[in-house]
Design a protein around this ligand. Structure first.
Ligand code: CP
Length: 313
């Protein structure tokens, strides 16, 4: 049987990405439907989350599904030593889809290889966050009117930031120019720079972050320095506040510039930026609902035509 899991953005074709964005647009027009009535969606979060879990659960609820799951593995039998495989096999007995966030890179792929039901990767360690990428792409498309030929600045923790890794891979279809801005401890890993070389993605690298360096940006994608990924907390202290976007830095930026951030933010965007029309991170999080409705339908084989034809409340 075809495995319809949604594990990595790297395996999604341009056509598939555009198709899912079209579906997300349909859900934005009408979020409340019964397309998943009688389905059960399990959300297994082995790591903390606010947006990803709540937007997946909202997506499932607004599509008529019921939701089970956990937000803290300490209250599950994995704390007694149950393996990930056994947990996945057990939950597959109860649910039609498993949405999983796990601290281990590759955990979602592994789960998709053992599970009889589709797995949706809600983030695996520092590796991938493909559903975040779909909402990022939807946000970019909505604000720029295109995904093609954009100047995208990725700022902050490019080493551990799974959202920037996934976004970079997805954008290979759309001829972007990336600008990687990070302190030397948190630079984009070589494997992703090699990926850029292999797929003819233009990029520059710098540790400078000021109003001049971002003057030609279409998208400024800020990221949090992730304390939880550091083994050396002294190193975290050294780099945690290295880049802070202030409102005055936006004065000479392009009118179409939009500031994205997967959130949560800590200090990297000053609060006065929130009032700028260029700040888009809260709307970006809202777009997660529509993008995730599209993903849940797609992994169950519900097509765009069926979504378009659906007129039931
Ligand atoms: N963007 C994101 O993954 O946020 P959460 O960690 O709150 O889910």
């Amino acid at each position: 049987m075809e495995n319809r899991s949604f594990v990595t953005i790297a395996e999604q074709s341009k056509e598939k990405i555009l198709y899912l964005l079209e579906m997300a647009k349909e859900f934005e027009k009408k979020p409340n439907r019964r397309l998943l009535a009688e389905k059960v969606v399990a959300t297994l979060f082995f790591e903390p989350s606010t947006r990803t879990r709540l937007s997946f659960e909202t997506a499932a609820n607004r599509l008529g599904a019921r939701v089970i799951g956990f937000t803290d593995p300490k209250v599950t039998s994995s704390s007694k030593g149950e393996t990930l495989k056994d947990t996945i096999m057990m939950v597959s007995n109860y649910a039609d889809i498993i949405v999983m966030r796990h601290f281990l890179e590759g955990a979602a792929l592994y789960a998709s290889e053992v599970a009889p039901v589709p797995i949706v990767n809600a983030g695996d360690g520092a590796n991938q966050h493909p559903s975040q990428t779909m909402l990022d792409l939807y946000s970019i498309y909505k604000t720029q009117g295109t995904l093609e030929n954009l100047n995208i600045y990725l700022v902050g923790d490019l080493k551990y930031g799974r959202t920037v890794h996934s976004l970079l891979m997805a954008m290979r279809h759309f001829n972007p120019t990336f600008h990687f801005i990070a302190p030397k401890e948190l630079q984009m890993p070589d494997e992703f720079k090699l990926y850029c070389d292999k797929h003819n993605i233009n990029y520059t690298e710098s540790s400078e972050f000021n109003d001049e360096t971002i003057a030609d940006a279409d998208i400024l994608y800020m990221t949090r320095v992730q304390r939880e990924r550091f083994t050396d907390l002294m190193e975290y202290e050294r780099v945690k506040d290295v880049y802070i976007l202030r409102k005055d830095m936006l004065e000479h930026t392009r009118p179409n510039l939009r500031i994205l951030h997967p959130l949560p933010r800590v200090n990297e965007i000053a609060y006065d930026v929130d009032d700028s029309p260029k700040a888009y991170y809260f709307q970006q999080a809202q777009n997660g609902l529509y993008a995730r409705q599209a993903i849940l339908c797609d992994v169950l084989g519900i097509t765009l035509d069926e979504v378009k034809a659906d007129t039931l409340k």
